[in-house]
Design a protein around this ligand. Sequence first.
Ligand SMILES: [Cu+2]
Length: 313
Amino acid sequence: MFDRTRGGWLAGLSVGLVSLVASASTAMAGMGQPSEKQMGMQTAVTEVAESIHAFHDLVNIIIFAITLFVLALLLWVIVRYNERANPTPSRFTHNTLVEVAWTVIPVLILVVIAVPSFKLLYLQYEFPKPDLTIKATGYQWYWNHEYPDQGGFNFDTIMLQDDERQALIAKGIPAPRLLAVDNEVVVPVNKVVHMLVTANDVIHNWTIPSFGSKVDAVPGRITATWFRVNQEGVFYGQCSELCGKDHAFMPIAVRVVKDDVFNAWTEAMKARDRNKAREIIQKAALEHARATKLAGGATGAPGPRELAQTAVK
Ligand SMILES: [Cu+2]
């Protein structure tokens, strides 16, 4: 019996340690996509995502503190009050101070959790005035993205096959498997973007982990999320509501670019010049890939600059 209990602690302790390492290794997290040996969340590039991470860290600290406290109490009871160490136990059944404490302290802990939790909810659902609105529609199994403010042009976003990815990679443009798409969503950096999300067949979900954005795409309804991305780059997500056999193959890619690149791209899209639009984005992608390669490595792993940014946080 004693051995089995000890096995339980060991299991609990190792789970705890693993989670501790996981939350500490956010610095290893990928920039806009999962990266090798990543254990924490993908790097946050919006205020909402940063707040989600901060809230996650706070709750994790509280969980660890409570778990260690309960573990210490258990150890104390087992060592100090076992039959051999304490042959004649006391017979009291009430202790007012302890009973008040174990009621009031958990309430206070919940209040400490509730305050930042509500703050985060307000941040997510109080939409600032938009600079740009995009409508995303989920289909089995791809996305369509529409720009109502820019004349209403729209395009399908379809996952690239391996040969198409190889063609991009040969040009020096990173194109990760299961994430790279033919037509990326393009948005300007540091601008408030409202995403209106719906679906045309079954429920899908429009998600970009680095933005802290995740909303269901429900047929016949518009749901919404917003983001303001604080740096250029490309940020990937995947449909996050089980939607059928190709659910795993309808990624989302958001390309964040400077204002002038965005304006040139929208002009080309308005003029229905898809080739020119693609050239503009590929050029931006190439420039970004070169800039991050200078800062990091060719592997797509976060470079020193990106790691330094996370470390500062
Ligand atoms: Cu889907």
